[in-house]
Design a protein around this ligand. Structure first.
Ligand code: AMP
Length: 238
């Protein structure tokens, strides 16, 4: 997994150019806006966006062995085992688009995953930047219950804050939008429980090692992005 000598620097309209390849982590509870921000960051910078939730949903759609194992766990709001997630990331980072850095959305979610990632960061000589999205619980619940999702292209909408142009139809690919099974009220409660029990310790893991930047996620999407951008450019790296 060695990097080529010339590696480093994102390219794209945002002209982000950190000194070393970044491993940029977006942590925070479900519904905090990590997916929205990571999609914008990837579009503006060209950095490889890795959303483990999306990868798992894609594996479920393709009915792969990973998908078959993950589906019942995800449907009930539980985490998928660490060994599967670490193998998934290990494989994903071998793709050429990961040479110049990684943008991780939804990983790591447990301390064991964080420890595996620490090793990867060391092996690749990457700079770790950790953003922690903070959003009040009632806002998370509102966002998740109103979220609608395209099972074909994984685009995400919200009934109030970002509706599709035509109700119930994906703007991008025209498929029918649905509510994700794990966005239903009883499952959301379970996901938030999993977050508190297993992912809050991940934040503590990083607080001991690097600066963890708190992002107030209860603001306009563009304001949140403006706060994140300097970290992507390496101007405020931890
Ligand atoms: P997300 O789209 O990130 O909210 O993830 C949806 C679901 O996928 C989670 O509720 C978990 O069941 C599973 N998942 C995603 N990422 C991870 C991870 N890093 N570790 C374990 N399970 C995960």
């Amino acid at each position: 997994m060695a990097l080529p000598a010339e590696a480093g620097g994102f390219v794209g309209v945002a002209d982000v150019s950190p000194k070393r390849p970044l491993c940029f982590l977006l942590l925070g509870p479900p519904g905090a806006g990590k997916g929205t921000q990571s999609a914008i960051i990837a579009r503006k910078t060209g950095v490889a966006r890795i959303s483990t939730g999306e990868m798992l949903r894609d594996a479920i759609a393709r009915k792969t062995p990973l998908g078959e194992q993950a589906a019942p766990l995800m449907d009930h709001g539980n985490l998928v085992p660490d060994s599967l997630l670490v193998a998934l990331i290990d494989e994903r980072v071998t793709h050429p688009d990961c040479t110049n850095g990684l943008l991780l959305d939804g990983f790591p979610r447990t301390v064991r995953q964080a420890e595996a990632l620490d090793q990867l960061v060391r092996d690749r000589g990457m700079e770790l930047v950790v953003m922690n999205f903070d959003v009040p619980r009632e806002v998370l619940l509102r966002r998740l219950s109103g979220r609608r999702w395209c099972p074909s292209c994984q685009a995400t909408y919200h009934l109030e804050s970002s509706p599709s142009k035509k109700e119930g139809v994906c703007d991008t690919c025209g498929s029918a939008l649905i509510q994700r099974a794990d966005d239903r009220e009883n499952v959301v409660a379970k996901r938030l429980e999993a977050y508190e029990a297993q992912t809050i310790p991940v934040i503590e893991h990083y607080v001991k090692r690097v600066a963890v930047h708190r992002v107030d996620g209860y603001r306009d999407v563009s304001d949140v992005f403006a706060e994140i951008l300097p970290f992507l450019q390496g101007e405020k790296a931890s």
